[in-house]
Ligand binder design. Structure first.
Ligand SMILES: Cc1ncc(C[n+]2csc(CCOP(=O)(O)OP(=O)(O)O)c2C)c(N)n1
Ligand code: SF4
Ligand SMILES: [Mg+2]
Length: 200
């Protein structure tokens, strides 16, 4: 943990903490030294990932994280680059980057903390909100079916793409470790609890 951490900026029970633990576990199990990996992220609930742990991280422009992460990897291919994103930013506004990174097979691990809503801005429907789910932007129920990020990743050429439950930290850590070791683009869609808003 960062010793200068003043405040926890997430709700109690947030699934993002599980992802954080699994990520730490995977990096420890693989024995990757601190100077050999970087976490690339931005704000939003899940984007606070770099705030808690004393690791090298870059916080960059949201929905433009990918060009930044790609640049890091191309300029320093020895570095393990882990890119943490979230369902609106990753599958909505930044979707084209997801498709083209998979297509280019850039050697990154792309973790999406998929809480099926806009957590930070209080419970709007995201591209992965289930059909009929009530949210603050769909008070009568979401009229749209959710997108399928795994099918999309495969269609874009991704060989390593899995949906994982956030609660099984060991399994998630295993998948994260395999994703890091995969020689090319690796994608994990993490089904993440959002106790404050996701009631479905
Ligand atoms: C271009 C633009 N539009 C809208 C916003 C407002 N905004 C901030 S966070 C957010 C939603 C975040 O949802 P998600 O990516 O799923 O992350 P979560 O908070 O659920 O982890 C939105 C719409 C913004 N910052 N920039
Ligand atoms: S709103 Fe949801 S995703 Fe955001 S910190 Fe709270 S529980 Fe976590
Ligand atoms: Mg979200």
């Amino acid at each position: 943990m960062r010793t200068n951490l003043k405040k926890i900026q997430r709700c109690p029970g947030c699934g993002d903490f599980f992802i954080l633990l699994a990520l730490q576990k995977a990096l420890k199990n693989l024995g990757i030294p601190k100077h050999k990996y970087v976490i690339v992220s931005w704000i939003w609930c899940s984007g606070k990932m770099p705030h808690y742990i004393d690791w090298y991280a870059a916080e960059t422009l949201h929905w433009r994280i990918l060009p930044f992460a790609t640049g890091i990897k191309l300029s320093n291919p020895e570095l393990t680059v882990i890119w943490v994103w979230w369902d609106w930013d990753g599958y909505g506004i930044g979707l084209s980057h997801f498709i083209h990174t998979a297509r280019r097979n850039i050697d990154l691990l792309y973790i999406v903390a998929n809480n099926q809503n806009y957590g930070l801005t209080t419970w709007q429907a995201s591209p992965t909100t289930p059909k009929c789910a009530k949210t603050s932007s769909t008070p009568q129920g979401n009229p749209l079916p959710p997108m399928d990020p795994i099918a999309l990743a495969k269609a874009a050429g991704a060989e390593f793409t899995y949906r994982v439950d956030h609660q099984d930290i060991n399994k998630l850590a295993e998948r994260i470790a395999k994703g890091i070791q995969h020689p090319g683009f690796a994608h994990l869609d993490v089904d993440q609890a959002c106790p404050s808003w996701r009631k479905w």
